[in-house]
Design a protein around this ligand. Structure first.
Ligand code: AFP
Length: 321
């Protein structure tokens, strides 16, 4: 069978320019995968020595991945700007008439890099706003996303993506090219796992603690749930997509808006989840309906199989009275 690359695949269904965006994302992520794979042989482990806009210590690989994505995407006339977790403001390329803004977390889960645990890149593509304002384009609700996806740098390196017409996966081959490996991916309607950092449970609203207790006791239908938590969102989400269940990062006393970022973590994963038959909420509200006010806005995130997410949303709405 002929290889179909991610760029060719998207070009066929969504046109030349979006195909080029995916071609550039594929090239950059292929290079990031290589850097991660060989990290022990070069001086890329450890902290870069700076703190990003989120107040987090930047790792050397965060900076490498960010610079590479900006360079590759900036080389395309159709990309107006990028918005990155690592940069406090959008990077505007001033490309006249450009169609897209690409929003990304270049290396998610980077505290796991030094211990050789899966990390990922997450991205979302929004169409440029009519008035040519790149920030306005980036702030559009998740329902408006033109495309979304992620790359999981695991034992096998896989890109999972959607342009709003189902979910497909591409596996990085030995030539550094993402080649089509699955189409029409579906999330199980209910799953065996829940995934949450339970060290925060004392600070969660009680309804989340009660919900997890119910799953553990097997009171949500099906069997009693088991826990899985890696601490790399992409890896935790990828397992949830394939096996079913729910990933939860609820609000806490200390972080009432949650930890994860709406534009480049929650929105793209919510689009993938919905396209695969799953769901995503911030507690009471569908993630894709949220309207961001700033590019680095945070949100609670509950994403996964429909059964668990809808039951949790109902419980949260019930608790609100
Ligand atoms: P880092 O990039 O700082 O490792 O953060 C990763 C992350 O944003 C996301 O990938 C995880 O789901 C989440 O944080 C884990 O957060 P906790 O360490 O609070 O569980």
């Amino acid at each position: 069978m002929d290889k179909v690359t991610v760029g060719q695949y998207v070009e066929k269904s969504a046109g030349h320019e979006l195909g080029a965006v995916f071609g550039a994302l594929g090239k950059a992520c292929g290079e990031i995968a290589k850097k991660i794979r060989l990290a022990g042989l070069s001086d890329v482990y450890g902290a870069y020595g700076a703190v990003n806009v989120q107040g987090e210590q930047q790792q050397k690989l965060d900076v490498y991945a960010n610079d590479l994505l900006i360079e590759r995407l900036g080389g395309l006339q159709c990309v107006a700007a990028v918005v990155s977790e690592e940069d406090d403001a959008p990077v505007d390329f001033y490309h006249a008439g450009a169609k897209f803004v690409v929003i990304f977390d270049p290396l998610d889960g980077s505290s796991n890099i030094d211990v050789n645990v899966n990390v990922g890149t997450i991205f979302s593509v929004q169409a440029m706003a009519a008035e040519g304002d790149v920030t306005a384009a980036a702030l559009k609700a998740g329902t408006e996303q033109v495309a979304a996806g992620y790359v999981v740098y695991g034992p096998s390196c896989v890109m999972v993506m959607t342009t709003g017409d189902g979910v497909s996966a591409f596996t990085l081959d030995e030539d550094g090219v993402f080649v089509l490996s699955s189409e029409g991916m579906k999330m199980p309607a209910q799953g065996p796992y829940y995934s949450a950092n339970e060290a925060n449970a004392a600070g969660w609203p009680g309804v989340y603690r009660e919900f997890v207790a119910k799953m553990v006791k097997g009171e949500l239908g099906g069997k009693a749930y088991s826990a899985r938590y890696i601490g790399s969102l992409v890896a935790d989400f990828h397992r949830t997509l394939l096996k079913g269940g729910v990933f939860l990062y609820p609000p806490t006393d200390k972080a009432p808006k949650g930890k994860l970022r709406l534009l480049y973590e929650a929105n793209p994963l919510a689009m993938i989840a919905e396209q695969a038959g799953g769901a995503a909420v911030n507690g009471p509200t569908r993630i894709l309906d949220l309207q961001a006010e700033k590019i680095h806005e945070r949100t609670p995130l509950i994403v996964g199989s429909k059964r668990e997410v809808e039951a949790l949303q109902k419980a949260v709405l019930g608790a609100q009275g």
